[in-house]
Design a protein around this ligand. Structure first.
Ligand SMILES: CCCCCCCC(=O)SCCNC(=O)CCNC(=O)[C@H](O)C(C)(C)COP(=O)(O)OP(=O)(O)OC[C@H]1O[C@@H](n2cnc3c(N)ncnc32)[C@H](O)[C@@H]1OP(=O)(O)O
Length: 142
C-alpha cells in the first residue's frame, strides 16, 4: 500500500485536490465517498466530466495499490450515464475484473445516495516493472 501526500485524488496535503479517503471494501474492491462542490462545476450546477473521470481513475488506482503493486492507468474508458449535480453525495467503487501479471482490468462506478448510476469506467492498470518505476521516478514510494 503506497501513499502520495500530494496526490490530486487522495493526497491530504493537496489543497486543490479531491482529498478522497479510499478504503478496502472486500478482498479486492475499494470504496470512497465524495460530495460535489461548486468548484467542481462544468455546466452550471453540473459536475465537470474531468472531475468525474478523476474520481473513477483514482479508485481504479487503489485496486492494485491495496494489492501492494505500483501501477499506472494505461487506459480509462468513461461512460457519463447521468448528470451529477453540485451538492450530490456520491458513492464510488471499483473492483478488478481480470488480473494478469502486468495488467489489471478494473471496473469502477459512481452512484448517487439513492442508488442511481451516474458514471462508470473500465480501466487498464499497468503494473510497473522495476525499470518502468525508475523511468517514472517512482522508486522511493512508501
Ligand atoms: C496512491 C496513488 C494512486 C494514484 C492513482 C492515479 C492513477 C493514474 O492516474 S496514473 C497517471 C496516468 N497514467 C500515466 O501517466 C501512464 C502513462 N503511460 C505509461 O507510462 C506507459 O504507457 C505504460 C507504463 C502504461 C505502459 O508502458 P509500455 O512501455 O507501453 O508497457 P509495456 O511494458 O511495453 O507493455 C506491456 C504490455 O501491455 C500492453 N499495453 C500497454 N499499454 C496498454 C494500453 N493502454 N492498453 C492495453 N494494453 C496496453 C502492451 O501492448 C504490452 O503487451 P504485450 O506484453 O502483450 O506486448
Amino acid at each position: 500500500m503506497y501513499r502520495s501526500q500530494n496526490c490530486f485524488g487522495c493526497g491530504p496535503e493537496n489543497p486543490m485536490g479531491l482529498q478522497l479517503h479510499i478504503e478496502q471494501q472486500d478482498a479486492d474492491g475499494v470504496i470512497t465517498h465524495f460530495v460535489s462542490e461548486k468548484k467542481h462545476e462544468g455546466w452550471p450546477g453540473i459536475q465537470h466530466g474531468g472531475v468525474t473521470s478523476a474520481l473513477l481513475d483514482e479508485v481504479c488506482g487503489y485496486v492494485p495499490n491495496f494489492m501492494g503493486l505500483v501501477a499506472m492507468t494505461a487506459s480509462l474508458n468513461v461512460s457519463f450515464v447521468a448528470p451529477i449535480r453540485v451538492g450530490e453525495s456520491l458513492k464510488i467503487t471499483a473492483a478488478p475484473t481480470r488480473i494478469t501479471r502486468r495488467l489489471i482490468d478494473v471496473q469502477a462506478k459512481i452512484v448517487s445516495k439513492e442508488g442511481e448510476l451516474k458514471a462508470e469506467a473500465l480501466a487498464k492498470m499497468m503494473v510497473l516493472s522495476e525499470e518502468q518505476r525508475a523511468l517514472a521516478g517512482l522508486t522511493e514510494l512508501s
